[in-house]
Design a protein around this ligand. Structure first.
Ligand SMILES: [Zn+2]
Length: 218
């Protein structure tokens, strides 16, 4: 990648020098053409030389921005996996020879009001995103960047992927269950406990009763 940077600089210098040289040549040819036009001598040859210098000049000017742009934009990456968690997810992407990665997370597929996460390490290829809402769809995309003269140059974004975050697990210790006056089991389902169901907290029920095989994972 360093080689690419050197090539880029050389190309820029080459084009700058060429541009200056051709500008001088162009002006000289213009002056000469005018002179020979007056004299009526070797007019066509001079005009052809003039046209050739102009062509070379414009070719060089046109090639310059394309060359520098193509060489500085880093290679893009792609998402390899996206796993949902409660109120978050884990995303993995392909490793590239770059300075780092940037993630975008949004509830909108067009990434409006997206949250940005920057990873300043080329070897880090996964991120656990937390603090989101449960049971909600999130869109994710990633791009690479290269730092050049302390300025980040970004690749194009990867294809986006979406994930639905998991629901929060129920806190079973505070859950209400049902027992019956004669039974030895506790039930999550009131219907399963029957017409004599008595509500009781799960923690209390667990001290004296067994879970029902049908409704309480017994
Ligand atoms: Zn039951």
């Amino acid at each position: 990648m360093l080689l690419f940077g050197i090539f880029d600089t050389l190309m820029f210098q080459y084009c700058s020098i060429s541009f200056a040289a051709l500008s001088i040549a162009f002006l000289a040819q213009l002056k000469a053409a005018h002179f020979y036009y007056k004299k009526g001598e070797r007019k066509m040859k001079r005009i052809l030389t003039l046209l050739l210098s102009m062509t070379m000049l414009f070719t060089c000017v046109a090639a310059l921005p394309a060359t520098t742009k193509a060489a500085t934009k880093p290679v893009p990456t792609s998402i390899t996996s996206l796993t949902p968690n409660v109120k978050g997810f884990k995303v993995k992407w392909k490793k590239k020879s770059v300075s780092g990665y940037q993630l975008q997370v949004s509830t909108n597929s067009k990434f409006k009001k997206a949250k940005k996460i920057t990873i300043k390490k080329a070897t880090t290829t996964s991120k656990k995103v937390t603090g989101l809402s449960a049971k909600k769809r999130y869109y994710v995309r990633v791009r690479t960047f290269k730092t050049k003269n302390s300025k980040a140059v970004y690749s194009k974004w990867s294809k986006s992927k979406s994930v639905v975050t998991k629901a929060e697990p129920q806190k079973k210790t505070n859950q209400g269950v049902y027992i019956t006056p004669t039974g030895k089991k506790y039930h999550f389902s009131k219907d399963c406990a029957g017409p004599n169901a008595i509500p009781i907290s799960l923690s209390d029920a667990q001290k004296r009763y067994e879970p029902c095989k049908k409704c309480a994972n017994g």
